[in-house]
Design a protein around this ligand. Structure first.
Ligand SMILES: [Zn+2]
Length: 417
């Protein structure tokens, strides 16, 4: 068993809500897991030592809401919508590109919540086998919608409890890790609003029962308050978006242990960049809801409802590079979080929401050595995480910041299985 000692690092501690200077970390090279973390000089003699030169080290970024088969465009030509091609081949190509982009930008674990043709299931396998670069993927396959409902193109359309039960069982048989239910209408489909309830309570409850029987989670796309309440009461594990919630909803979430995945950048990016390209019917829904949305997340965060970072990567102008780090900035600038709380949303809170906290989400013994290293302190300025940084996955450096490497001494990028 060969080991690597990383010395002289300032390591983020969620418990202390800050970075602690002069830390070491010992990693078992064979398993990619951390075997010790401490102050000063490591107790273990290792074959390799890496001096982190006082860099700020935090766990790899986790993103609980992505769509890796999409690209972040929405074009509008001569009054006609013109989104990217929908074939299996294009979707697969986008997914492989997006995976590479994410890991280069420090994202080491994602939960994909809706992929055309169930492509994320194969992509997840390819990543684990080391055939492609990218974050580890928790999969959902195709999302579930009512016939003609939100996400119905490219998802499973199911109506009634029996169809939901059968569909969810089939998805679980195929091997998905999570079930995605489109409980309400949304922004990027014409003829519906975020306040429309689509799946009824019994349908959502049936999906939850089936997923939970197999130890899997359910993520509910739920935006308007009534739809969020329905999803929470039906027992979903995470509520995605949550545009509009009140005190009663927060109380229900507390009782059920519900986690919110905000995806604020999905709204902000359309608001900021979508004027000429995103159709008016979609932009209007953003304008009507964005303030409410940000106020809801602020309120939930202040009330202590766990927030897991998710961006909805793949929606217009909301991509796979530094958007995850930018989402954390939005939590600080627009949802009242401290930088440490924002870091937690993208690390330990995601790990808990995804049920992988025993192996991911903090830098501690027994967990995988997924981490990023920065030259400045994100507690002082959350935007630091958006800068080019060193990225390690299972103890292997998969990306080196150009600034620290210098172009000719750049390490070869390796893939991690
Ligand atoms: Zn989404």
């Amino acid at each position: 068993m060969t080991k690597t000692n990383y010395i002289n690092a300032s390591i983020y501690s969620s418990e202390k809500q800050t970075f602690i200077d002069n830390q070491f970390m010992t990693v078992d090279d064979a398993t990619g897991k951390i075997i010790a973390v401490g102050t000063g000089t490591p107790d273990t003699i290792a074959e390799q030592t890496t001096d982190m030169q006082g860099k700020y080290v935090m766990p790899g970024i986790m993103n609980a809401h992505t769509h890796i088969t999409s690209i972040p465009t929405y074009w509008w030509h001569d009054g006609q919508e013109d989104r990217h091609p929908e074939s299996r081949e294009y979707n697969t190509m986008y997914a492989i590109h997006n995976m590479q982009d994410m890991v280069n930008h420090g994202v080491t674990y994602i939960r994909n919540v809706g992929a055309q043709y169930d492509i994320d299931v194969a992509i997840s396998k390819m990543q684990r086998e080391g055939k492609i670069a990218g974050p580890r993927v928790m999969t959902s396959g195709q999302a579930f919608s009512i016939t003609g409902g939100h996400g119905a193109d490219g998802g499973h359309e199911v109506d009634g409890v029996d169809a939901v039960v059968q569909g969810v069982r089939q998805a679980l048989k195929m091997g998905v890790d999570n079930i995605k239910m489109m409980v309400t209408g949304g922004v990027l489909r014409n003829g519906e609003t975020p306040d429309d309830i689509q799946f009824n309570f019994e349908e959502v409850q049936a999906a939850v029962a089936e997923a939970h029987h197999k130890g899997k989670t359910v993520a509910a796309h739920a935006q308007g308050n009534a739809g969020v309440k329905e999803a929470v009461q039906a027992g979903v594990d995470t509520v995605e978006h949550a545009f509009d919630i009140d005190d009663e909803t927060i109380e229900m979430m507390r009782q059920h242990g519900t986690v919110i995945v905000p995806t604020m950048n999905a709204m902000y990016a359309i608001y900021k960049y979508g004027e000429k390209t995103v159709p008016a019917w979609a932009r209007e829904k953003v304008i009507v809801n964005i303030k409410k949305h940000f106020a809801s997340i602020t309120k939930a965060a202040a009330a202590g409802i766990p927030i897991a970072m998710g961006t909805d990567a793949g929606t217009p102008y909301n991509g796979f590079e530094d958007e995850s780090a930018y989402e954390m900035q939005l939590y600080v600038d627009k949802a009242g979080m401290t930088p440490a709380q924002a870091i937690d949303t993208a690390t330990i809170n995601c790990a808990r929401a995804m049920h992988v906290a025993d192996e991911y989400g903090t830098i501690s013994a027994g967990k995988f050595a997924d981490f990023i290293a920065m030259t400045a302190n994100p507690i002082e300025d959350i935007r630091v995480i958006q800068q080019d940084k060193d990225v390690f996955q299972h103890g292997i450096q998969v990306h080196q910041a150009a600034k620290t490497a210098g172009v000719d001494e750049q390490v070869p990028v390796r893939q991690v299985g």
